[in-house]
Design a protein around this ligand. Structure first.
Ligand SMILES: [Zn+2]
Length: 531
């Protein structure tokens, strides 16, 4: 049986750019478009030329992509002719392979928001699609508010969609703009639409306001739609758009879809998924969601001892797909419930060879349990776990000693009478026989300590040059006077490796210091620095 082609349309750079706190530069847009192109996405919507300088510049030059690079814009304004609409003219002049128009498909929206007539709305769709077709572009229409519009007035919603299709639009995309439609409704309505417009010309654009954008996309495909619009990591206004990072592996790996459909993403490309997802978060300067299906750090992590020992027999016992198919890794969490098998599995994963009857393994397990009772959480702090294991097994050199540190926070009036807080850290380090002293000012005690600590490590300095802290999280455990502070620090090196370290103490500076030290020592171990 030949499989039917299903098309993927990414709108991270357009609808995703509506996310609160997201502001893409031109360089961001080009890098993300390149990544989507490498992943095998069919359509990449770059933005809205004419709406802002970045998007105008993006479409000012012909871009070399394998995908169909798409510009987004409005249909001609009511009461204007297509040839006399500057917005439309800009869109038609853009260097894009395809144009995705947006028009309202809800009679209520046309009346209330656009303040025009249903007839004029449909005429605007026809004229705009025709103008873009005449320019030789592939054309599609995003039917805004389609599902809500259809529920109130199916005839009008369908007439809008049909007008675009009849005028030669390659795709008519049904949008759940407010994101409130449920999967069974989507399936039913798309089923009605494909009686009028062939399903291989129908797309779905779902928003995640009921946490069902992905389910709604699949419901539309089941009913006959053949294009799915979505974004990387579900970026988008309010609660986001349909998450392509969840949709793609489901299409590739679940037989209901995989047996029926072909998509542009090959099995090889699928292995890049974790990288693509994390690279986007890095660009947005935010930590990746470790609970994301398929790509999250915890997506294939097992905690309980019984599960871990079953996994050791056959990984299929607790996995719905194999993690490497999407470029992810299996992880057995070390936790309070951990048995020896967990620790052994974790050691194997990080490449430490050990014999389970080695008494040091029992000792390691005991240390972990002791530490977890006072607040350590090694399941997040993989690097600190590795160091603890290597230390217990006796394989971490003592690179340097911090003999003393001092952090001073001072609030005072400066020379011009402004109130300022000044933080200064001084660190004394002994490397071999050398004694060193470094001082640094920071925007806070942890920052100052970090800067001073990494300023001069003598012969080890070259190994930590590319080290930087990417995230710092503090949690106060069991509040009150007995409160303990847990600090998690995420670090990165010049080759893009990430690791997390932990520190726990009643004193936040001590906790931070432990996590900072672990991060540096981990980097030295990883770099193979000599003792
Ligand atoms: Zn949208």
């Amino acid at each position: 049986m030949t499989k039917e082609r299903l098309y993927l349309f990414d709108t991270t750079l357009r609808d995703g750019a509506q996310t609160h706190g997201v502001d893409f530069t031109l360089a961001d847009k080009l890098a993300i478009a390149g990544m989507l192109d490498d992943l095998g996405i069919d359509y990449v919507e770059g933005g809205y030329p004419g709406a802002n300088p970045t998007d105008t510049e993006l479409f000012g030059t012909k871009r070399k992509f394998k995908c169909t690079f798409t510009a987004f814009g409005m249909t001609r304004r009511p009461g204007r002719s297509a040839s006399n609409d500057p917005g439309l003219a800009g869109l038609l002049a853009a260097h894009a392979d395809a144009i995705c128009f947006v028009a309202k498909a809800s009679e209520y929206q046309v009346r209330v928001a656009l303040e025009t007539t249903p007839e004029e709305n449909i005429a605007s769709i026809r004229d705009s699609v025709k103008a873009a077709k005449d320019k030789g572009r592939e054309v599609m229409l995003d039917c805004e508010h389609f599902f809500d519009g259809y529920k109130a007035n199916p005839k009008f919603a369908l007439a809008c969609a049909k007008a675009a299709y009849d005028e030669g639009a390659r795709w008519v995309v049904l949008c759940d703009t407010n994101g409130g439609t449920l999967p069974h409704e989507v399936e039913k309505i798309v089923g009605e639409v494909v009686k009028v417009i062939p399903g291989d010309h129908v797309g779905i654009h779902a928003h995640n306001d009921t946490e069902q954008a992905v389910a709604n996309s699949f419901a539309a495909v089941r009913a006959g739609a053949r294009q799915i619009q979505g974004t990387l990591n579900g970026l988008g206004e309010r609660c986001g758009n349909a998450n392509l990072v969840s949709i793609i592996p489901t299409l590739k790996l679940k037989s209901e879809f995989a047996d029926m459909f072909e998509i542009g993403v090959s099995s090889e490309q699928l292995k890049k998924l974790v990288h693509v997802s994390h690279a986007l978060d890095e660009r947005l300067n935010r930590p990746a969601n470790r609970y994301s299906p398929y790509v999250g750090e915890n997506a294939f992590a097992t905690k309980a001892g019984i599960h871990a020992s079953a996994m050791a027999k056959d990984t299929a016992t607790y996995e719905h797909v194999t993690p490497d198919l999407v470029g992810n890794k299996r992880k057995v969490l070390v936790s309070e419930q951990a048995g020896k098998s967990n620790v052994m599995a974790e050691l194997e994963r990080i490449g430490i060879k050990a014999d389970k009857d080695d008494p040091r393994i029992g000792r390691l397990l005991e240390i972990i349990k002791e530490r977890e009772t006072i607040g350590y959480a090694y399941e997040t702090a993989d690097a600190s776990f590795e160091l603890l294991a290597r230390r217990t097994l006796g394989t971490v050199p003592n690179y340097f000693d911090v003999t003393q540190f001092d952090v001073n926070v001072e609030q005072r009036d400066n020379a011009v009478g402004e109130r300022v807080t000044v933080t200064m850290a001084v660190v004394k380090v002994k490397v071999g026989d050398e004694h060193m002293i470094s001082a640094a000012e920071g925007n806070g005690p942890v920052n100052a300590l970090d800067l001073a600590l990494r300023k001069d490590l003598g012969k080890y300095q070259k190994y930590i040059e590319g080290l930087s802290l990417t995230d710092f999280r503090v949690r106060i455990l069991n509040g009150g006077t007995e409160a303990v502070t847990r600090v998690l620090i995420e670090s990165e090196d010049e080759s893009g490796n990430h690791w997390t370290t932990i520190g726990v103490s009643p004193n936040i500076i001590d906790a931070s210091f432990q996590a900072l030290m672990d991060s540096i020592v981990y980097k030295l171990v990883r770099s193979g620095a000599p003792a």
